[in-house]
Ligand binder design. Structure first.
Ligand code: AMP
Length: 438
């Protein structure tokens, strides 16, 4: 199937041709006609499956030119970085369309954004908080929104945006199309869908937990965090194919530690993004990485989720995430659209159960690599590693065949119920007791 087979128009086909895209991905094929039909859709799709164009293409296909100032398409995303990226993605599809696209997000001057939205626009990309501020102060009228997209819904909820979303639903017109995209169908997501949306059609790209097939996975056993950094340094020095590497650390502090050591060994080749960095710094670091100006980016899960960096050659998991789906999200950054990728995992003994949980979720085991002899073991431990005591399996002790005390005769009785009462109730149709009703 090619894009020509979808009911697209010339401006979109030309834009896709300019981008060098010819074949729709499975989620793009599945979602197109459903979204065109006007139905609500819940898309379960990870980044890297082409989910963004899966909703942008049908939305832009239905777009008609208007001089109206109020936006008609609203796309909500959880972070500022994603707003910037999403605006770029939309613009890539729109060189031959006359459409006004803007993005608003918190943490920057609201007055500038007030003026931007006051000028008029067709498609707005926003984070929920800033959008509410603009709507509640009267600068933005949401009454003409016909299509609402909530992207990275699971992330949005885990960041605590539930209340803002619910408030936003109240401000939006009742008659609208809802398109929700989430990498996983968590309980939170499901609950919100049940509560606020009616009969959405489920479109699934890759079932959560299915490994992206083109990713070559492997794992290294390592005794502790500092030895893992030595191993990381060794792999980066040995393997020249590691050209665009995304490195995940378990926390801001450990991400900093990884950065410091790599910076000392490979000056100016690596960058760091986490929540404590200023927004501009983060945007610049991601842009530099995307352009290939630095070899690797060290990040924490929160910041990396949904980041669209293309052609990532390797994802290195310095920690083994306790939540197996986090691992699936992480490795989804490599092996994008039509490229192969490599994912490497470092696991300590304490993390072995987490690795097993990942393997159970994927339904396959990750091949083990031998710990390279040249890599030095570090005796230094993180605070969190100091208290780990390896589980020693106690020998099975023979169990006593009977309890220490014989049960008293009255406790041996089995409750057979009150047969006479039951028959009487049946005969006279007495109201059932609460317990029975249950
Ligand atoms: P997404 O899953 O939306 O984050 O998209 C991941 C990447 O896949 C983006 O860089 C897109 O440019 C790219 N992409 C989207 N659709 C296609 C397609 N049909 N063929 C090849 N690449 C695509």
């Amino acid at each position: 199937m090619t894009f020509q087979d979808l009911n697209l128009n010339t401006p979109l086909l030309n834009a896709l041709a300019d981008l060098g895209l010819t074949e729709p991905t499975p989620i793009q094929q599945k979602a197109f006609s459903v979204i065109m039909s006007g139905r609500d859709v819940v898309g379960i799709a990870q980044t890297g499956t082409g989910k963004t164009y899966a909703y942008l293409l049908p939305l832009l296909r239905q777009y008609t030119f208007s001089k109206q100032k109020e936006p008609r398409i609203l796309i909500l995303v959880p972070t500022r970085e994603l707003v910037v990226q999403m605006v770029e993605e939309v613009k890539k599809l729109c060189p031959y369309l006359s459409i006004r696209v803007e993005g608003v997000y918190g943490g920057t001057n609201i007055n500038t954004q007030k003026l931007v939205v006051a000028e008029g626009l067709d498609l707005l990309v926003a984070t929920p908080g800033r959008l509410l501020d603009l709507a509640l102060t009267g600068w933005l009228n949401l009454k003409f929104i016909k299509h609402l997209v909530i992207d990275e819904m699971d992330e949005m909820l885990s960041l605590g945006f539930r209340a803002q979303l619910v408030r936003l639903f109240e401000l939006l017109p009742k008659k609208r199309q809802n398109l929700l995209f989430s990498a996983t169908m968590s309980e939170d997501v499901d609950e919100l869908i049940q509560e606020y949306f009616q009969g959405p059609m489920l479109v699934e790209a890759v079932r959560a937990g299915t490994p992206l097939e083109r990713i070559e996975q492997s794992w290294y056993p390592a005794p502790n965090f500092y030895t893992k950094i030595n191993l990381l340094e060794h792999l980066l020095a040995q393997d020249e194919s590691m050209q665009k590497v995304l490195i995940f650390g378990p926390s801001k502090r450990t991400a900093e530690l990884i950065y410091q050591q790599l910076e000392a060994r490979f000056p100016d080749q690596f960058d760091l993004v986490h929540g404590n960095k200023s927004q501009n710094f983060r945007l610049n670091a991601v842009a530099a990485f995307e352009k290939g100006l630095c070899r690797g980016l060290i990040c924490t899960d929160l910041l990396a989720r949904g980041l669209d960096v293309t052609d990532v050659t390797h994802v290195i998991n310095v920690d083994t995430p306790a939540d197996p789906e986090t691992y699936i999200h992480r490795i989804g950054r490599t092996g994008r659209a039509d490229k192969d990728g490599v994912a490497v995992l470092f696991t300590t003994e304490a993390e072995l159960p987490a690795k097993e949980a990942i393997e159970a979720l994927m339904g396959k085991s990750i091949p083990e690599m031998e710990f390279p002899e040249e890599v030095e073991f570090s005796p230094k431990l993180l605070e969190s590693e100091r208290f780990y005591v390896p589980e020693v399996k106690l020998k099975e002790r023979p169990r006593p065949t009977s309890g220490f005390h014989e049960k008293l005769a009255k406790n041996k009785k089995v409750n057979k119920g009150n047969k006479a009462k039951y028959l009487r109730d049946m005969k006279y149709k007495k109201p059932k007791s609460k317990g029975k009703k249950r």
